[in-house]
Ligand binder design. Structure first.
Ligand code: AMP
Length: 280
């Protein structure tokens, strides 16, 4: 595995491969790697194309400076894991390499309502920052395929929108969410949970499954209220629990028959968790 730290190193390493007709399979991450990330890497390896995995904690997508400050970092361990998984290139750039002109210029990606609902509402500017780093990473790596997790469902839709706006054609592969045995979606932020909060954290997924199992029969408003109450009783500060259109995430008042997605976000012990399940 070759460790790449700069854009010019990336160009010298990756351009000959692409120009020689080999597409690159790209897995972008913010590090503190867990099995969920590694599942994306394994899926990318199935293409039999060289895999590039980036590790970059993107300051532009953190609306909360405290969240950025305490985001877990485990670079040496991450690199060892990527090497073991057969990744060809690990890209770990500095902030200066990614944002030579500074972190916060005016951002105006046309993401539409996706930018303002659900995660967009609770994390203003987050998806603009996500779009910005992805545009930059895609410009550097220029992959043939891109692997991202369903766990960040709204992010997947944002990236698909960005790809179409930038007129970038690549294969977008959304990979299923990997979970702990108790149902908690794997997340780098899980490392920050204290033991008491960790034991309650799986209730977010339980609430989503509980909602999914009733949404065909009962009024969504009623179910949501009960699910939110259960989460609050467990100690969650709930941001949202919504039934939404699978394609554009517009919240829906009731189950309408086609596949939909139920999404939730909340804080437990000061740590914000998100999750989703498909309904129907
Ligand atoms: P992050 O490092 O949190 O930015 O995540 C990098 C990629 O890994 C994103 O595409 C995430 O959606 C994906 N990912 C994170 N957690 C999981 C998980 N539990 N299962 C599958 N993919 C995940």
């Amino acid at each position: 595995m070759l460790l790449i730290n700069t854009v010019s190193e990336a160009r010298s390493a990756l351009d000959p491969i692409r120009n020689g007709g080999q597409p690159l399979a790209f897995v972008p991450t913010m590090g503190a790697l867990h099995e969920g990330h590694l599942a994306l890497v394994r899926r990318a390896r199935e293409t039999h194309h060289p895999v590039v995995c980036s590790i970059f904690v993107n300051p532009a997508q953190f609306n909360d400076p405290e969240d950025f400050r305490r985001y877990p970092v485990s670079l040496d361990q991450d690199l060892a894991l990527l090497e073991r998984e057969g990744v060809a290139f690990a890209f770990h750039p500095s902030t200066q390499e990614i944002y030579p002109d500074g972190i916060r210029p005016e951002l105006d990606y046309p993401l539409g309502r996706l930018d303002h609902i659900l995660e967009g509402k609770y994390r203003p500017g987050h998806f603009q920052g996500v779009a910005r780093v992805m545009e930059r990473l895609l410009e550097i790596v220029r992959p043939g395929s891109l692997f991202m997790g369903q766990k960040d469902y709204q992010q997947c839709l944002v990236i698909k929108k960005l790809l179409s706006w930038l007129q970038i054609s690549l294969e977008f592969i959304q990979c299923p969410t990997l979970r702990e045995p108790d149902g908690l979606a794997l997340s780098s932020r899980n490392l920050l949970l204290d033991p008491g909060s960790r034991s309650k954290a799986p209730q977010l997924y339980e609430a989503l499954c509980w909602t999914r199992d009733r949404v065909r029969r009962l009024s969504f408003t009623q179910i949501r209220n009960r699910a939110v109450q259960r989460l609050q009783a467990a100690g969650f500060q709930v941001d949202y629990l919504e039934l939404a259109d699978r394609e554009n995430l517009e919240p829906l008042p009731r189950f309408l028959g086609s596949p939909m997605v139920i999404l939730a976000a909340g804080k437990i012990g000061g740590i914000r968790l998100i999750d989703n399940v498909i309904a129907g």
